[in-house]
Design a protein around this ligand. Sequence first.
Ligand SMILES: [Zn+2]
Ligand SMILES: [Zn+2]
Length: 348
Amino acid sequence: MKRIQEGIHQIVTPFPEFERAEAYRLREDLETHPRVTRSLPYVLPYFIASRGETALVDCGWNTDDAREALDEQLSEAGAGIGDIQTLVLTHAHPDHCGLAGRLKDESGCAIWMHDLESPFLESRYVAPEELLDRMDEWFGRHGVDPIDREEIERGSMPMRFFVARFQPDRPLQGGEMLKVGDFAFQLIWTPGHSPGHICLYEPNHQLLLSGDHVLPRITPNISLHPQQRPNPLADFLQSLETVAKLKVKRLLPAHEWDIAWFQRRIAELLAHHVERLEEMLAVVRGGEAMTAVEVARSVTWATGSYDSFIGWMKRAAIGETLSHLVYLAHEGRLAQFEEDGLVRFRAA
Ligand SMILES: [Zn+2]
Ligand SMILES: [Zn+2]
């Protein structure tokens, strides 16, 4: 646990592949030796306590070890799981909402989440068969081989066992206020990484709890997929502009570590996507009409080549490629068309 300031505590909860002691160690190590790790070791929930009121922002995967980690660090902050009054979820990804159902059972806390995220709880984690069929058809249209499709779809199935069932008590639209004693957080809708992603901003203390919207080293995955809005990269860039207007002394992200250089990070993220758009545009302009998979094979990836990726990495790469291609098509810089059951892009 790291005390950010009086009343604001940063908690470390491990990913299922990591023991909590290892996650704690990595949290310390990464701050002193910043680097991008191949897989994420932990999530950073924030516990806020002031004048007898409390809130937790995000929680972690639904594992016993993550629950223990939370319990252990809440007690360092002078509280326990039973003291959580409000649980705010930045979005419905399993590393952020996995434990929510269990925490609600234990504490009776009210769960707040954006309205656009709620349908994903059922369709992804409770009864995913229909979504898997839709994904199969969708990946096929974007040029993914049947063998890869099977691996991609199987890859996401184990995740559902790491989410405890729950329903949000308060659906959000963005623009709401979360008061916790002396703190008053503005809830800001920041679609892009996920359709109903929210950030929490405390103007008096100039703190931004950014979930996965802004991270210090990792560029958040911005994917087009069957449950996304039509142009997620445009959403994301717009959401970056929204938070760029805020005065932020400390950025409190849900992964990696907290930083003070918020504006510089926004500028880096914007530059990254401009570069990525140019790269994809050049690839498509240099060839025949291409599917998303053909483009994904031709562009560079920090983690290796597309064909060396395992299932979930291929899925992320295709989603990321498509969000850029579709953005370019919306801007009229590429043309998108469907032929013989395949979606392709060509120079406009
Ligand atoms: Zn996420
Ligand atoms: Zn995350």
